[in-house]
Design a protein around this ligand. Sequence first.
Ligand code: G
Ligand code: MN
Length: 373
Amino acid sequence: MDDDELTLLAHQSALVAAGFEVETAEEGEAAIARVNEGFDCILSDIHMPGMDGLELLRRVRERDLDVPVILVTGEPSLETAMRALEYGALRYLTKPVASRELTGAVMEGVRIRALTRVKRDALAMMGGHAAMAGDRAGQEAAFARVLESLWMAVQPIVHARESRVFACEALLRSEVPALPDPGSVISAAEQLGQVHVLGRTVRARVADIIPAAPGDQSFFVNLHAADLLDDALYDAGAPLARFASRVVLEITERAPIEGIADLRERAARLRKLGYRLAIDDFGAGYSGLTILTRLEPEIVKLDMALVRGVDVSTVRQKVVARMTELAHDLGLAVVAEGVETAGERDVLAGIGCDYLQGFLFSRPARPFPEVSW
Ligand code: G
Ligand code: MN
């Protein structure tokens, strides 16, 4: 959607040429009225009379929690980028948008849409709490209870070639029935605009458990992409900052962090506070090499989709070996996630992965679980 007819036409013809079916709207209300018609991806200009792109995004999210929205702007600003991400925009593109960039972003949106459809169907099939905890008020109440009662489970990360714990990953746990798992807590936070509050609470709870940890193990803490835009993360007086030298902040490759213009500076500020950075789910996301060059992480965590069955698949073995070798060339340590069998463990250690994590050693549990070797 764009109020400028020429841009609208240009985008439309680029997308049609790439094989997409395109429907256009010249103003917000008309677009909103059609949101539930099953679109795979929504593309909108940010600056428009009547309803701007951010308002459109908010209104779309009231109706559809999943449909990817790509925002385009002629006047990029950190503030709008921030709000776009916070409201769950998939991408934030700057005009003029090259047609390859445009079709690439839409393709990504269509793929993500297909995946979320399957995921929701799977959840519904398994009797899950697919979409939301009812109405917004109910959801706010449930989320408030999560904030009061959430606790951190930990899962050990061990040295690949010695029986010694290197670190543990802290994982959010909720006791609130309406928001029973980390995924639903995070979705609720996103819908309620509370991602920063959730992130601060999680980091404070991690700071609570660190002093009780045996030895001097490190703690891996998952960040939401939007947490990178929270000033509190960069506060040297925050509870977790005291332990920064023992903390590795994980940023998932699945999140669209390309939209964060000053990612490199933000990563440098975190490093200056003493944190190390890791890319989570490496190999599973859509981001290209930019995440490596802009984040300059110390550690990569290989996605468990690559790791599972590595001992019985020569293709996986080759891929994991090559990724490990390249990571080492860049000076990065490698964690293999999702190790469930002794066979996987032995192959991964042989390949040269530095650290291993998975059910074989321990399930995520109340701090601090026994490790089996
Ligand atoms: O995305 P991230 O890597 O932060 O997710 C970690 C998740 O992986 C946790 O929810 C944890 O329960 C799960 N997990 C950890 N180890 C294993 C494993 O060995 N097998 C499987 N299937 N899941 C695991
Ligand atoms: Mn993680």
